[in-house]
Design a protein around this ligand. Structure first.
Ligand SMILES: O=C(O)CCC(=O)C(=O)O
Length: 275
């Protein structure tokens, strides 16, 4: 492989000095990259068991799985970090946080954390193409949100690895059937990898043709003009609020204030603290 491509008539060249630059260049250009999460098999097994336990609890909350099926929400585990602190470690993975900071800037918020259990015996709702910023048909000159999908099991054509349309985060409309068929790619990645995408990239879960569950944990992280799917501060009831990073990342900082007075008093308190 030529690692030093020759060129002519080109003055502006992206500089890539470390692995993070490489991931960031891939996200900007093709809309996704694959990061090694650095997890051991034991850790992944433990997280899978914990995800299943949270799903059991969430099924009970609504009176059984059939009720989740009736709203196309079966085999989706919503906001597991509010049920088990272990999922906060995944939501704050250091490589993902570095990529978020370098692409989105110093202020970004966790918009959602969703587990996806892809069961070979059931068609998952996420096998439909979508953007993680749903219903949006525009493009922006800078990324506004990223999705970080932890592959808890091996991703392949057989297990129903995520399918992506490279570059589609830069186009307003969803392409024709013929284009999708020709250009879609299935992510092949070992368990423990993290698929980091521009949240505007069209993607979907693949059909699981294996005989085992294929689990994943998605995190959508965006600039704080975007709102959370569920109020993580309300679910956590003040937990982690005193941590300066988590206060912002989990959304406490960006919650709308209930009055002009409250907004101003909070600003005054902040200004006094930094005076
Ligand atoms: O499970 C997958 O492969 C994709 C999940 C997905 O599309 C999502 O969570 O938005």
């Amino acid at each position: 492989m030529n690692t030093n491509p020759h060129h002519y008539g080109i003055q502006n060249v992206n500089q890539s000095t470390d692995m993070m630059d490489h991931h960031i260049e891939e996200i900007r250009n093709q809309g996704y990259t694959i990061v090694d999460g650095g997890f051991s098999d034991e850790e992944l097994k433990l997280y899978s068991r914990k995800l299943d336990l949270v799903y059991e609890a969430q099924k009970e909350e609504v009176g059984g799985e059939e009720n989740l099926t009736s709203i196309n929400d079966d085999n989706v585990v919503r906001c597991p970090l509010a049920y088990d602190d272990a999922f906060l470690n995944l939501a704050t993975h250091s490589s993902v946080m570095t990529i978020c900071e370098r692409i989105l800037g110093s202020n970004f918020v966790l918009l959602m954390q969703n587990g996806v259990i892809n069961d070979p015996d059931k068609e998952h709702y996420q096998t439909r193409w979508h953007r993680d910023l749903n219903y949006q048909h525009w493009v922006s000159s800078q990324p506004l949100a990223l999705s970080a999908l932890l592959c808890m099991d091996t991703f392949s054509e057989l297990t129903g690895g995520t399918r992506v349309l490279p570059g589609s985060h830069l186009k307003e409309t969803f392409p024709s059937d013929a284009y999708v068929t020709k250009h879609e790619q299935t992510i092949e990645a070992p368990a423990g990898s993290i698929l980091v995408m521009d949240a505007m990239l069209f993607h979907c879960a693949g059909r699981n043709l294996s005989n085992a569950l294929r689990r994943a944990l998605n995190h959508v992280v965006g600039v704080p003009i975007l709102s959370q799917q569920l109020s993580i501060p309300d679910m956590l009831q003040g937990k982690h609020k005193n941590d300066p990073f988590l206060e912002k990342y989990l959304g406490y900082r960006w919650q709308p204030k209930s009055s002009v007075k409250e907004w101003r008093l909070e600003k005054l308190a902040g200004a006094r603290k930094h005076a």
